[in-house]
Design a protein. Structure first.
Lengths: 113, 111
């Protein structure tokens, strides 16, 4: 049973436009959410996170929105740049303690110049 | 910067061989993890450890074992490699379980 779902395997966006990556979760115990970015032949790197007590967190060009009632979060990248082309993984955790992250399957973003 | 180092970037092994994947972190993190990444399947947790000599099974532990004799080192062992264990293996560490720092990965091919 997949607890964290990224239903779009891939997304193409033109440079300068907004990229929106979506993630749904089923476990209502999840209260901390993260996005990781992965380039080929490298390990994933942490991008941005959000706690369930917030509905938005912003860091430069990256904003994560959380809709708890819909069990949905999204990552917005504005403006998109060619260097943003990577696989993005959504991840969730059941608490600030030592609960392993549950990852989605990832969305491959291609930003076209 | 936190550094997680995986000793081998690329390995080619034969079916039935014993395989060791080594991971070392240099930031005194308590928690260490092994994931595998496969196309269309995302990141799947194999084993994790919250302390020296402690280990917990993740979602897909079958065919794998781990060893954590020292805090900074977490080894993944494939007792008898099989072709379905061909994958990218990712080690990670963290002080808390939430924000992981990953190594660069070890791509294993089993022939």
């Amino acid at each position: 049973d997949q607890q964290v779902k990224q239903n779009s395997p891939s997304l193409s966006v033109q440079e300068g436009r907004i990229s929106i990556l979506n993630c749904d979760y089923t476990n209502s115990m999840f209260d901390y959410f993260l996005w990781y970015k992965k380039y080929p032949a490298e390990g994933p790197t942490f991008l941005i996170s959000i706690s369930s007590i917030k509905d938005k967190n912003e860091d430069g060009r990256f904003t994560v929105f959380l809709n708890k009632s819909a069990k949905h979060l999204s990552l917005h990248i504005v403006p998109s740049q060619p260097g943003d082309s990577a696989v993005y993984f959504c991840a969730a955790s059941g608490g600030f303690g030592n609960t392993p992250l549950v990852f989605g399957k990832g969305t491959r973003l291609s930003v076209i110049a | 910067d936190v550094k997680v180092t995986q000793s081998s970037r690329y390995l080619v092994k034969r079916t039935g061989e014993k395989v060791f994947l080594e991971c070392v972190q240099d930031m005194d993190h308590e928690n260490m993890f092994w994931y595998r990444q496969d196309p269309g399947l995302g990141l799947r947790l194999i084993y994790f450890s919250y302390d020296v000599k402690m280990k917990e099974k993740g979602d897909i532990p079958e065919g794998y074992s781990v060893s954590r004799e020292k805090k900074e080192r977490f080894s993944l062992i494939l007792e008898s490699a099989s072709t379905n264990q061909t994958s990218m293996y990712l080690c990670a560490s963290s002080r808390w379980a939430n924000v992981l720092t990953f190594g660069a990965g070890s791509r294993l091919t089993v022939l």
